[in-house]
Design a protein around this ligand. Structure first.
Ligand code: WQD
Length: 338
């Protein structure tokens, strides 16, 4: 069964391709390599023993998207990762984000709605909840006004899919709201490859640990949390990848209750920035150089998932602990800097 994975050489995409191939799916990857490397294909082959089909393509090219779907008429499902994800960059260049994250989504939906039957998994984000009023956050928590164009693209992306589903019963979709995916494949063949200075906590920690950065700034220790630092739900990327396969299977087996569904992907456990640092120190056996700095504008105080809906309806849960995820992130960082 043929599945299209857009952005399949990216961080979450590559881990998902491995899990799909392990389950016997035939994978076609589209990636424009704007934030990924062609070498990731070798890592995927090394783990799964299978080479996915790969097309280097920019999905903003509408006629290329149309030709692709004509050529691959037997695609049964699409997992759509290809998108831009840097919050700061989205503030600087909002139109790039609206074009990459929403224009492309429209093109893909236009092709999928031409088919007799189509399934789509969409990468959404816990960012849609903003600072939720209650923890843990259920899927019913209200969507709050976005803090950035990036956040807007995830909210509007969900709305675009929901509206399209209302008038296209042959289209079945699931939006997965990721909390904070971290770590790397335990084989250390694939992992995160941030370009430039990492904006996210875990790659910044591992790059500091390996000596690439001098010190980590902890953005604020005066938040109303136990140790004063922000709380997030850090989830191993392999657990996130496996959830995509389960969600896709739900749609392929027509088990979905509606043709638009939303699930949180988190562990259900919140960890503070200092707890993440201590986890790194434990698994690496070294002290991390860090200082307390000012708050980062736009950060919410805390966000962790209620995982009951995904547990019960998808029959999926996250297995890896924070320490396991940090260990894999550290092993990966050491490997790529060796
Ligand atoms: C985590 C915590 C920081 C860096 C982002 C996106 C979101 C989502 C996931 C994306 C926060 C603190 C960080 C540093 C620090 N989706 N921190 N020093 O902000 O929860 O979410 O990624 O693709 O949309 O916004 O993740 O890793 O940036 O930060 O103290 O150098 O670490 O303040 O509390 P965040 P993050």
């Amino acid at each position: 069964m043929k599945i299209l994975v857009t952005g399949g050489l990216g961080f979450i995409g590559s881990h998902t391709v491995v899990e799909l191939q392990n389950k016997g799916f035939e994978v076609v990857i589209i990636d424009n390599l704007s934030n990924s490397s062609i070498n990731v294909l070798d890592g995927i082959v090394a783990i799964s023993g299978k080479k996915p089909l790969f097309e280097k393509m920019d999905l903003r090219d509408k006629s290329a998207v149309q030709s692709f779907f004509k050529k691959h008429g037997d695609i049964e499902g699409v997992i759509h990762f290809a998108a831009s994800k840097a919050v700061g960059e989205s503030v600087e260049n909002p139109l790039l984000y609206y074009e990459n994250n929403l224009g492309v989504l429209v093109y893909i939906l236009q092709e999928l709605t031409k088919k007799d039957r189509a399934r789509l998994i969409f990468s959404s984000s816990c960012t849609v909840y903003g600072q939720a009023d209650e923890m843990p956050i259920t899927e019913n928590a209200p969507v709050k006004p976005a803090e950035s164009p990036y956040g807007n693209t995830k909210q509007i992306g969900e709305e675009i899919i929901k509206d399209t589903c209302k008038v296209n019963p042959s289209l079945a979709t699931i939006a997965l709201r990721y909390f904070n995916p971290i770590g790397a494949h335990p084989s250390v063949e694939i992992g995160e490859l941030p370009i430039g200075v990492p904006q996210n906590l875990v790659p910044f920690i591992t790059q500091t640990g390996v000596g690439l950065r001098e010190e980590l700034s902890v953005f604020g220790d005066d938040y109303p949390t136990e140790d004063g630092t922000c709380i997030r739900d850090y989830i191993h990327v392999v657990d996130v990848a496996k959830a995509h396969v389960v969600a896709l299977e739900r749609l392929l087996e027509n088990k979905n209750e509606a043709n638009y569904e939303v699930f949180n992907l988190g562990t259900g456990k919140g960890s503070s920035v200092l707890e993440v640092i201590h986890s790194f120190e434990k698994v690496s056996g070294q002290k991390l150089n860090y200082k307390i700095a000012n708050r980062r504008p736009g950060d919410v105080i805390q966000a962790y998932a209620d995982t009951q809906k995904a547990n019960e309806i998808l029959g999926w849960k996250a297995y890896s602990s924070l320490d396991e995820a940090m260990k894999s992130a550290w092993d990966w960082e050491q490997k790529i800097r060796a």
